[in-house]
Design a binder for this molecule. Structure first.
Ligand code: 6DK
Ligand code: ZN
Length: 369
C-alpha cells in the first residue's frame, strides 16, 4: 500500500492569536487572553509523531501547491476571496467573517496552500501515484461557505479539491465522509443540490454551527437524499461510531458507488478533546478507517483522500491521527500510551439512545442510487 502524505511547515504559521479562545478576550467580562483552540500545536505534534514513530519512512511525501484563484472560485465567491486576500495584506491580518476565525498577515497564502494541499492529495490518488493519501493541512475547511469563513475555516479545502477532481480530473461521483465532531455544514452546502456528491456527516448533536446538521437535512432539489446527517448524542464512543459506520456510512457508499472517497478527518470526537464530549479512541479511529478502506476497495479501487479538520487535544490528536494513517498505509500499530486510560472509560459500547439516532438515518440509504 502506498500512502501519500501532505504536510508543510507553513501550516503551523497560520496565526490565530490569543484574542479568541472560544470568546474574544474581554477583561471586563473576566475573559483573559487565551491561545486560540485552533492553533498549530495539535497538527505539529501529529507530524512529529509520524516522524518519530517511523511511519514517515513508509509514506510518499506529496508537496502542497497553492490552490489557484480558479480552483477556489469553484466553491467561493469572488468578493469573499478578494476580502480575505486584502485583509491578509494588513499587518494585523483579518477574520473569516464570524469573529472566531482570525488569521494573521499572509494568512491568505497559507489558506490557499491548505486547499492546494488537499488538491495535491486528490491528484496523487486519482492519478494512481499513491493508493490513498492524508493531507495534514491547516487552517481547516469544512465550515466555510461560499461567501463566509466561519468556525476556524477560511476556504472549503475538501470541497475545492472535490470540484477539482470533477472538473479537472474527470472524476464523476464523490462520497464525502466527515467524522469531525462538528457538523460539516460548509461541505454539505457546497453540494446541497448536487446528486453527484454524497455528503455524510457524523457529528455530536448540535455543537457547531448552532442548529445545524439535523437528521432532517438531506439536501435540496436534485440533491435531495444526497446529504446524510448523523447527530450523535454526547458520550458516543468507539462502538457508537462504528454502528453509525456500519449502518449508514458503509451501506450508503455501497449504494452510491463513488469513484472517489474523501474524508474530512477531525479528531475532536476523541475521548480527550476539550471542545466536545465524545469518547472515540485511537483504536476507534483505526477501525473506522479500516471500514472505509474496505468499502472503498469494493467501490473505487480503494481511492481515499483525507483532509485534516479539527481536533484540540495536543496530547491525543497525534495518536488518533497516527492510527488513521497507519491503517491507510497498512502499517503495524505503534502503541498508544493513552489506550489504557481511554479504553477504560465507561461508555465505549453502543448505547440505546445512540442506536436510536443512527436508526433514524439508516432507512434513508434505500433512497440512494
Ligand atoms: N463556538 C472544527 O473543529 C471547528 O470543526 C470547530 C469550531 C467550534 C467552535 C466552538 C463553538 C461557537 C458556538 C456558538 C456560537 C459561536 C461560537 F473546522 C474545524 F476546525 F474542523 O462551539
Ligand atoms: Zn471540529
Amino acid at each position: 500500500m502506498t500512502t501519500g502524505y501532505v504536510y508543510h511547515e507553513l501550516f503551523g504559521w497560520h496565526d490565530t492569536g490569543t484574542n479568541v479562545g472560544l470568546l474574544p478576550a474581554d477583561p471586563a467580562a473576566g475573559l483573559q487572553p487565551f491561545v486560540h483552540f485552533e492553533n498549530a500545536e495539535t497538527k505539529r505534534r501529529m507530524h512529529e509523531l509520524i516522524v518519530v514513530s517511523g511511519l514517515i519512512d513508509r509514506l510518499e511525501r506529496i508537496r502542497p501547491v497553492h490552490a489557484s484563484e480558479e480552483q477556489i472560485l469553484r466553491v467561493h465567491t469572488e468578493a469573499y476571496l478578494e476580502r480575505i486576500r486584502s485583509e491578509s495584506r494588513l499587518p494585523k491580518g483579518g477574520d473569516g467573517g464570524d469573529g472566531f476565525t482570525p488569521f494573521g498577515q499572509g494568512g491568505y497564502q497559507i489558506a490557499t496552500l491548505a486547499a492546494g494541499g488537499v488538491i495535491a492529495a486528490v491528484d496523487a490518488v486519482v492519478s494512481g501515484a499513491v493508493d490513498n493519501a492524508y493531507a495534514l493541512v491547516r487552517p481547516p475547511g469544512h465550515h466555510a461557505v461560499a461567501d463566509l469563513g466561519m468556525g476556524f475555516c477560511l476556504f472549503s479545502n475538501l470541497a475545492i479539491a472535490a470540484r477539482h477532481a470533477q472538473q479537472a480530473l474527470g472524476v464523476e461521483r464523490i462520497a464525502v465522509v466527515d467524522w469531525d465532531v462538528h457538523h460539516g455544514n460548509g461541505t454539505q452546502a457546497a453540494f446541497e443540490d448536487d446528486p453527484s456528491v454524497l455528503t455524510i456527516s457524523l457529528h455530536q448533536d448540535n455543537v457547531f454551527p448552532p442548529n445545524s446538521g439535523s437528521v432532517e437535512e438531506r439536501g435540496t432539489g436534485a440533491g435531495h437524499g444526497y446529504a446524510l446527517n448523523v447527530p450523535l448524542p454526547p458520550g458516543t464512543g468507539d462502538y457508537g461510531y462504528l454502528y453509525a459506520m456500519d449502518q449508514v456510512v458503509v451501506p450508503a457508499i455501497r449504494a452510491f458507488q463513488p469513484d472517489l472517497v474523501l474524508v474530512a478527518s477531525g479528531f475532536d470526537a476523541s475521548a480527550m478533546d476539550p471542545l466536545a464530549r465524545q469518547l472515540v479512541t485511537s483504536e476507534g479511529y483505526r477501525m473506522l478507517t479500516e471500514r472505509l478502506m474496505a468499502v472503498a476497495e469494493e467501490t473505487c479501487d480503494g481511492r481515499i483522500a483525507m483532509s485534516h479538520e479539527g481536533g484540540y487535544s495536543p496530547v491525543y490528536v497525534p495518536f488518533c491521527g497516527l492510527a488513521v494513517m497507519e491503517a491507510l498505509a497498512g502499517a503495524p500499530a505503534f502503541p498508544d500510551p493513552y489506550a489504557p486510560i481511554v479504553t477504560g472509560f465507561a461508555g465505549r459500547d453502543l448505547q440505546p439512545h445512540q442506536q436510536a439516532t443512527v436508526d433514524r438515518v439508516s432507512p434513508f440509504v434505500a433512497d440512494l442510487t
